[in-house]
Ligand binder design. Structure first.
Ligand code: GDP
Ligand code: IMO
Ligand code: MG
Length: 409
């Protein structure tokens, strides 16, 4: 069975935590998009792992993880991460694979990324990891694939700077490289998890263009970038926070405003430790945007929503969520393409009663306070999608699953 896990907002929803949790019952975990712009955090008791390129399933002993075709891979960042994992006692030998069709982030692409960003009148706020340039080179048919750098005839055509950069990694990469089409075909009876990076609203096509990343982080990306056909996807899980965050620039309709929302931005940022995993930048924070979440459900065939960070609202008397936008006096119930509308709309909100107690220790969904369940029920009705998993803390153990996700519905 094939389950796809995507971020349903602007990234950092807790995908790493959820993929790690679901990895227990998976055999193979394939990451299908992005590169070292991602930062996925896994917490197991005292241990905290921050992964950028290696799929989150690697922490579980014995699981095979694959960096898929849709990824852009910086060999230096990859081996730094693999060395870090080995140093912390994670033995990954023989179980980290990389698609020969994934693209390579060359050293100079990172430079070009930063330069391009510096020239933009309206900067995107990229992570400077060379992501956009690598995907652009790929689309321009000038990119270099992982499989290419194992072939001397291709390496010979590269510039000296690129050859020098790649040289220390070629023989280290060779044993990891796999052709994922036959590999996945041979494993088709197994449980395979497809791990997204970024989020629906950062997807090149579905997101808030041009304030997006350059890969396909929407569920459809799992197909091309993960090496399976769209009909092989059995379930799509969309991970979202009880509120919304965004790192970098671009429209964010529900972002907390000091004049309207008091100290909510600071409060959520501090309680939720909302600082970027990759760049350390403070994350922008705002209300849960149900208009955007419904858009994510519709454009990604999300079967199950995964609600994270519900515990961050523990001390709140009341909670608000956005149920519509209002632009030039007219209500808007759909998520528009226009950056102007998204940047200048007002919000129609609905207020929910808070639960005013700590929920991090709630073992089962039934143990959640009625107010928290009301919030969840409304989200389900609004998006017409079940919230099948609820996360109430960063630890693996603080996860409630309301149905067996590995059973076909
Ligand atoms: P990802 O990019 O989607 O994998 O998310 P990040 O790892 O960048 O950011 C999510 C952060 O929230 C991490 O520090 C997680 O450990 C933490 N986290 C995940 N789920 C929860 C939750 O339900 N509650 C709390 N308090 N923290 C969570
Ligand atoms: P995970 O997988 C949050 C954002 C950047 C920037 C924009 C483009 O951890 O959820 P890029 O370097 O990709 O060209 O930057 O996308 N961005 C993310 N924001 N989480 C991420 O990944 C992100 N990956 C990219 O901040 O606004
Ligand atoms: Mg992240």
């Amino acid at each position: 069975m094939n389950i796809v896990v995507i971020g349903a907002q602007w990234g950092d929803e807790g995908k790493g935590k959820i993929v790690d949790y679901l990895a227990a019952e998976s055999d193979i975990i394939v990451r299908f998009s992005g590169g070292a712009n991602a930062g996925h955090t896994i917490v197991t008791g005292e241990e905290v792992y921050k992964l950028h390129l290696v799929p989150s399933g690697v922490i579980y002993p014995g699981k095979t993880v694959i960096l898929g075709t849709g990824m852009v891979v910086d060999p230096k960042a990859l081996f730094d991460e693999l060395d870090m994992l080995r140093g912390r006692g994670i033995d990954w030998t023989g179980r980290v694979l990389i698609s020969d069709r994934a693209h390579v982030v060359l050293q100079r692409y990172k430079r070009l990324d930063t330069e391009a960003e510096g020239r933009r009148r309206n900067p995107i706020g990229t992570t400077g990891r060379g992501i956009g340039i690598t995907y652009a080179m790929k689309a321009h048919r000038e990119g270099v694939r992982i499989g290419d750098i194992l072939e001397e005839s291709v390496v010979a055509t590269l510039d000296e700077e690129d050859r020098d950069f790649l040289k220390p990694y070629i023989e280290r990469l060779r044993p990891l490289v796999v052709d994922i089409a036959p590999y996945l075909a041979a494993n088709r009876t197994k449980h395979i998890l497809y791990e997204g990076a970024q989020g629906v609203l950062l997807d090149l096509d579905v997101g808030t263009y041009p304030y997006v990343s350059s890969g396909y982080s929407a569920a459809a990306g799992a197909s091309l970038g993960g090496g399976i056909g769209p009909r092989a996807i059995d379930r799509v899980l969309g991970v979202f926070k009880a509120y919304t965050t965004r790192v970098g620039n671009g429209p964010f309709p529900t972002e907390f405003r000091d004049d309207r929302d008091g100290d909510l931005a600071t409060k959520i940022r501090e309680i939720g430790h909302e600082y970027g995993t990759t760049t350390g930048r403070p994350r922008r924070c705002g209300y849960l945007d149900l208009v955007a979440l419904r858009y994510a459900c519709r454009t990604n065939s999300i079967d199950s929503l995964v609600l994270t960070h519900l515990d961050i609202y523990d001390s709140f008397e009341e909670i608000k969520a956005c149920v519509a936008y209002e632009y030039r006096g007219k209500p808007r119930s759909d998520f528009p393409a226009s950056i102007d509308v998204l940047s200048n709309c007002d919000l129609v909100t609905r207020t929910f009663k808070g639960w005013n107690r700590s929920i991090g220790g709630s073992g089962r969904y039934e143990d959640l306070p009625p107010e928290a369940k009301d919030y969840i029920r409304f989200i389900e009705e609004f998006t017409e999608t079940n919230v099948d998993v609820v996360s109430v803390g960063n630890d693996r153990k603080q996860t409630m699953v309301r149905r067996d996700l590995w059973t076909r519905s």
